[in-house]
Write a protein that binds this ligand. Structure first.
Ligand code: UDX
Length: 423
């Protein structure tokens, strides 16, 4: 099939590149001519394992203007507007372009995450069948998630629409039970529902972790205990500094906004947002507490600024909350991140960047683990402790064993685990 993907951001590029790998003729369109030129020269403007090799596919091209495809896929951003709603201006802008095409495509496919009901509006605007086909790609494993998806969710309004999508994804050879055919509105809500469910799980684990500290339990033991229940499952149970990334924080707020606007408030969604805010504050307080209650004049070494490991993305990373907050309180920041430093330099001011974690720990009053990079997990704790005048470690990913950290000489705090020695 000839496919045009509008939007060369994260979702658009992964989608376009993977569809070309499946054998389709794909052109990826972006209004940013510089980005298009970069992609044409084979350079991926962000870090994502496996995507660079796909860019060499001969049946994949990049342009600022579309030709005449069979399918148009909308994969532009839906950022949060100031009022908390999903800003759909880019989506509707692309729909205008499609509506004006001399030779209209057979259908429009909505990949962007949009509030339930949007695809129906795009259908009305373009006069074309609009299919909702949400993505469930995780940064860091997006190519694999595309090629071996848990499921495909397809929302269409006619057998022809479902048949087109069947043709598009046929090379994946997915068993029928992993394909969910629905209405467009159900497909749109499925995307939000998945993200809200996962964030609910995470917010619950983070709350539970702090409750463990109150009652003297251990979160890693508790999550192992509940995770073996197949109804609960053992994934997405790792306590952390708070929920970040380009999707979760944005999507839960957009759904909260829509539900409020429709006078049908989703209480759990509101609770997740509030719980995550409270949790982040509690995590920030852990850093302050480790510094003896005041960070003024203290040097804090931040290990990891990306919102999770295996990405260079800082969008809605807790680092973007913690670093400015600590600076406002008078702290000096050293930061180290194997992939995020380049983006970090454009996001933060007044941060000293160091490549080597041991170097970053030198002269620091406290080391704070914010991202679970393997590089940090492999650190020699004794060597790290030796680099510091007074070894203090706040591990907000629970990557170290409590006893080993304490044995290495650290005042050590993590999340929801017994045996920590706090500063
Ligand atoms: C997410 C969804 O997983 C994906 O399906 C959707 O398409 C886009 O949003 P992503 O943003 O790449 O993907 O990140 P994910 O791996 O889901 O992690 C999101 C946040 O949760 C990160 O801040 C991460 O550190 C945190 N997290 C995740 C935890 O704190 N603990 C966990 O056990 C899992």
């Amino acid at each position: 099939m000839r496919v045009t993907v509008f939007g060369c951001g994260y979702v658009g590029l992964v989608t376009g590149a993977c569809l070309s790998e499946l054998g389709h003729d794909v052109e990826c369109i972006d209004i940013d001519a510089d980005k298009v030129a970069t992609l044409q020269s084979g350079i991926v403007p962000f870090y994502e394992p496996g995507i660079d090799t796909l860019l060499q596919n001969k049946n994949l091209s990049f342009s600022t203007t579309a030709t005449a495809p069979d399918l148009c896929i909308i994969a532009v951003g839906t950022p949060l507007a100031e009022n908390g709603s999903a800003d759909l201006s880019q989506v509707f802008g692309v729909a205008d372009l499609i509506a004006a095409m001399e030779k209209p495509p057979k259908a429009v496919v909505m990949k962007s995450t949009v509030p339930p009901g949007t695809s129906a509006k795009i259908a009305a605007q373009t006069g074309l069948e609009t299919i909702s086909n949400p993505e469930f790609l995780r940064q860091g494993s997006a190519v694999q998630d595309f090629m071996q998806p848990d499921r495909l969710v397809i929302g269409a309004s006619s057998p022809r629409g479902f048949a087109l999508m069947e043709q598009l994804y046929a090379p994946l050879n997915l068993p029928a039970e992993r394909i969910v055919n629905t209405s467009t509105t159900s497909a749109e809500l499925t995307k939000y529902a998945a993200n809200v469910f996962l964030t609910t799980k995470l917010a619950f684990v983070n709350e539970l972790a702090l409750y463990c500290e109150t009652v003297g339990a251990d979160i890693d033991e508790v999550t192992k205990g509940i995770g073996l229940d197949t109804r609960i499952g053992n994934q997405f149970l790792q306590a952390g500094p708070g929920i970040g990334g380009s999707c979760f924080p944005k999507d839960i707020r957009a759904l909260a906004f829509q539900s409020k606007a429709l006078d049908h408030q989703l209480e759990i969604v509101q609770a997740v947002i509030a719980s995550n805010d409270t949790h982040q504050n509690a995590m920030l307080q852990k850093i302050v507490d480790m510094c003896g209650g005041m960070v003024t004049g203290k040097r804090i070494a931040i290990f990891g600024v990306t919102f999770k490991a295996n990405t260079d993305d800082l969008r809605n990373s807790v680092s973007t909350v913690f670093i400015p907050a600590l600076q406002d309180l008078g702290a000096k920041i050293t930061a180290t991140d194997p992939m995020g430093a380049e983006n970090g330099k454009t996001v933060f001011t007044g941060v000293d960047w160091v490549e080597n974690p041991y170097e970053a720990a030198k002269n620091a009053d406290v080391v704070v683990i914010l991202t679970e990079w393997d590089l940090f997990k492999a650190l020699d704790l004794a060597r790290l402790a030796q680099a510091m005048h007074v070894p203090r470690l706040v591990d907000l990913r629970n990557i170290f064993d409590v006893q080993k950290a304490v044995q290495a000489g650290f005042d050590y705090d993590s999340i929801g685990r017994a045996g920590s020695i706090k500063g």
